[in-house]
Design a binder for this molecule. Sequence first.
Ligand SMILES: *[C@@H]1O[C@H](CO)[C@@H](O)[C@H](O)[C@H]1NC(C)=O
Ligand SMILES: *[C@@H]1O[C@H](CO)[C@@H](O)[C@H](O)[C@H]1NC(C)=O
Ligand SMILES: *[C@@H]1O[C@H](CO)[C@@H](O)[C@H](O)[C@H]1NC(C)=O
Ligand SMILES: *[C@@H]1O[C@H](CO)[C@@H](O)[C@H](O)[C@H]1NC(C)=O
Length: 382
Amino acid sequence: MSRPQLRRWGLVSSPPRGVPGLALLALLALRLAAGTDCPCPEPELCRPIRHHPDFEVFVFDVGQKTWKSYDWSQITTVATFGKYDSELMCYAHSKGARVVLKGDVSLKDIIDPAFRASWIAQKLNLAKTQYMDGINIDIEQEVNCLSPEYDALTALVKETTDSFHREIEGSQVTFDVAWSPKNIDRRCYNYTGIADACDFLFVMSYDEQSQIWSECIAAANAPYNQTLTGYNDYIKMSINPKKLVMGVPWYGYDYTCLNLSEDHVCTIAKVPFRGAPCSDAAGRQVPYKTIMKQINSSISGNLWDKDQQAPYYNYKDPAGHFHQVWYDNPQSISLKATYIQNYGLRGIGMWNANCLDYSGDAVAKQQTEEMWEVLKPKLLQR
Ligand SMILES: *[C@@H]1O[C@H](CO)[C@@H](O)[C@H](O)[C@H]1NC(C)=O
Ligand SMILES: *[C@@H]1O[C@H](CO)[C@@H](O)[C@H](O)[C@H]1NC(C)=O
Ligand SMILES: *[C@@H]1O[C@H](CO)[C@@H](O)[C@H](O)[C@H]1NC(C)=O
Ligand SMILES: *[C@@H]1O[C@H](CO)[C@@H](O)[C@H](O)[C@H]1NC(C)=O
């Protein structure tokens, strides 16, 4: 692996007056020895994080500067799915939090071991030049159980973990899986093999209506029972709960109702997905901050579904169509956080941290704080 180029070469070629050439060379040698030109105010902030927290708070960030308002007393890992931001990297490191790359690759390519090796080398090089602490592998593609991709995917995860652990001390390699291991969205993966091969799985306990096999009606993004069924299934296949981080949604779904009954049953359009007759693709994803702004102008006010343990409301759009919005709030998330504690999962995380209102408005600020506060099971809070 070649060393990164010194980007600030200009600084070296025009030394301040009076600095002897030898001192300059020594300075250059030091920088080269450190392998870097670290963009942080303190060079030690470019070092990878080595500490392994007891409880993970794994945050996805999709860009811009909202991260400045996150609750950094809780965050242990930030998966950066937006543009690289060295300021975010430096800041996270100053708070002892890891920053990890996004890993996404076309599965038909990874059957070739040489392709895997070069993909991993490229990601590792990127992680080193950007002072990142690992990678979150996010493959959401279909895999047939009998296809060569099935074993190639497990191999990719294993080889990525081996390389990262070897080359970046303390680094973390994680893999995103669907809410249940039962071939959701036709993803037949070797879940136990992948869990063994990486540090932990991030379970995307949301989009749980991606395949609706029963009635085509609007339902919760992450119903409590359905979410727990997924974890029970992962644990039943003898995946250690400490290998599972629960992902919770900081967004909801807005469905246009073909018909809204008096008892709040919202019939939705049939939009098939990967073999299922209808799907949450009939709805539109909305961030929590938008939901919180809309709720007071709803026709129903905030409602709570006892079976799914989730909040929802109905509203009428300017064209006169009824909508039903399902989402997660501190009440529904705290129930899941309690499960995490009782079953000894590795931690919690959210897609995505940018979804809250960080404008500083007094009402929004309170709502945003409450969302962060419920992440940690009470016993773990000081
Ligand atoms: C899953 O992967 C592991 C490790 O490669 C392997 O030992 C195991 O046989 C695989 N399981 C299945 C069901 O393919
Ligand atoms: C639509 O909703 C109305 C009002 O609740 C109800 O009377 C009617 O039966 C519903 N129609 C269908 C097709 O579900
Ligand atoms: C919505 O209404 C509640 C209760 O009346 C109020 O406390 C809250 O400030 C309102 N939210 C917004 C965004 O106006
Ligand atoms: C959820 O699970 C509880 C406990 O097993 C059960 O009593 C309840 O009926 C379930 N709700 C649904 C909607 O399945």
